[in-house]
Design a binder for this molecule. Structure first.
Ligand SMILES: [Zn+2]
Ligand SMILES: [Zn+2]
Length: 92
């Protein structure tokens, strides 16, 4: 008896080039590169809250970065801020 071939969905991250595979049906995954600090390799946490107006524009970390309305992530370890949107890889 032969096992039926199950179609595999795949997709490549437009930012880092990682390729993901998954069983169909097609879906989206957030690429790992969006979750890793580009400075220290630590874990990035999403920043979804708007900055507190009292702290807006104030230097936030040792890198001299400021939280802005575009800030989307912050490193748990070194405090690095990013304005990059998480990359959603469409698997199809
Ligand atoms: Zn990626
Ligand atoms: Zn970091």
């Amino acid at each position: 008896m032969s096992v039926p071939q199950i179609g595999q969905a795949s997709g490549t991250c437009s930012r880092c080039g990682r390729t993901y595979f998954a069983r169909r049906p097609a879906r989206e995954v957030v690429c790992e590169c969006s979750k890793i600090c580009e400075r220290c390799g630590g874990k990035m946490s999403p920043v979804t809250d708007l900055p507190d107006p009292r702290t807006y524009g104030k230097v936030e970390n040792v890198h001299g970065q400021r939280v802005t309305l575009e800030t989307t992530g912050k490193c748990d370890d070194c405090g690095w801020l990013t304005e990059d949107k998480p990359v959603e890889v469409r698997l199809e």
